[in-house]
Design a protein around this ligand. Structure first.
Ligand SMILES: Cc1cc2nc3c(=O)[nH]c(=O)nc-3n(C[C@H](O)[C@H](O)[C@H](O)COP(=O)(O)OP(=O)(O)OC[C@H]3O[C@@H](n4cnc5c(N)ncnc54)[C@H](O)[C@@H]3O)c2cc1C
Length: 257
């Protein structure tokens, strides 16, 4: 991993993170939540014992030709009493993850799912929280934001392709969530999100920024916020995918430029 990779900047919460385990899951339902986000609910009896933090994800083992690859999707919501978790997958093309989501049907099984993965979750010891990401980060940002008690201390900036692709904000967060649009531009080009980050209010007190999405964009947003006075340890940065390159078999984008 390069010294400048977003992964090397992942910050851990102070409390120990839950230990990942393996699960065999069944698809309960598949629905198109928005024009670009496909919502898939997964269930297992053993998920009743899942311990996870908002912002953490599932690592799925998916077919890719004769091989299997890992692809990661953030837990959007969990109903642990029913042993269910929900993920929202961006419909974007024909990689193994996108193909799986397109063909997913209730009753199908997924084996060896690892959960929870990921080190980024809410830092509760700060005065305000700024969430920034593209549509792959909507599950993480919404789940982390809705877990905070005071919406006045939360701002969520998200990029989608067109206004019609913006999902409704979680209850109570209407005033905190702002969408920017690519207006026909390709996903993963950093323009709209950078402009949003440049204009985002950075209130007084100690804040924290959570930045996730396309690899080059997250670094550009990080650098911009650093230029505006946030320090590296005030930012949790995670690359979810890289424009024009498949993720590595382990589910992460390649950190080499
Ligand atoms: C910790 C973590 C959490 C994540 N959470 C989510 C989540 O909740 N929901 C979600 O949808 N994704 C999420 N992602 C991103 C997702 O895992 C990647 O987008 C993954 O690359 C998709 O796999 P794929 O097999 O479809 O495409 P790949 O085989 O990785 O890539 C194939 C092609 O598709 C392009 N591509 C990949 N993703 C996108 C995209 N979103 N838009 C446009 N082009 C793309 C690539 O640049 C490449 O050209 C997460 C990633 C990580 C690391």
């Amino acid at each position: 991993m390069s010294a400048d990779s977003p992964d090397s900047r992942e910050r851990t919460a102070t409390a120990p993170m839950p230990v990942p385990r393996r699960f065999d899951l069944e698809i309960v339902s598949v629905e198109d939540w928005t024009q670009t986000l496909r919502r898939i609910v997964l269930r297992a009896e053993s998920l009743r014992q899942l311990d996870y933090r908002p912002g953490q994800d599932l690592m799925l083992k998916l077919e890719s030709g004769r091989d299997t690859v890992n692809r990661r999707y953030t837990i959007r919501r969990a109903d642990l009493g029913r042993g269910e978790v929900e993920i929202d997958v961006v419909r974007h093309g024909s990689g193994p993850g996108a193909r799986w989501a397109e063909s997913a049907r209730p009753g199908e099984r997924l084996f060896d799912v690892v959960a929870p993965r990921g080190k980024i979750t809410i830092d509760r010891g700060v005065d305000w929280h700024l969430f920034i990401g593209d549509e792959t980060a909507i599950p993480a940002m919404f789940h982390m934001a809705e877990s905070l008690p005071d919406p006045r201390k939360v701002r969520v900036l998200l990029e989608v392709g067109r206004p019609v692709e913006a999902p409704p904000p979680p209850p109570g967060l209407d005033g905190a969530v702002h969408f920017v649009h690519r207006s026909g531009g390709p996903p993963g080009a950093d323009g709209p999100l950078l402009a949003a980050a440049a204009g985002a209010p950075l209130p007084a007190g100690r804040g924290r920024a959570y930045i996730a999405g396309e690899a080059r964009t997250v670094l550009a947003v990080r650098d911009l916020l650093q230029g505006r006075g946030l320090t590296r340890d005030q930012m949790a940065v995670k690359a979810y995918w890289r424009r024009d390159q498949p993720n590595l078999d382990r589910g992460e984008p390649d950190s080499a430029e």
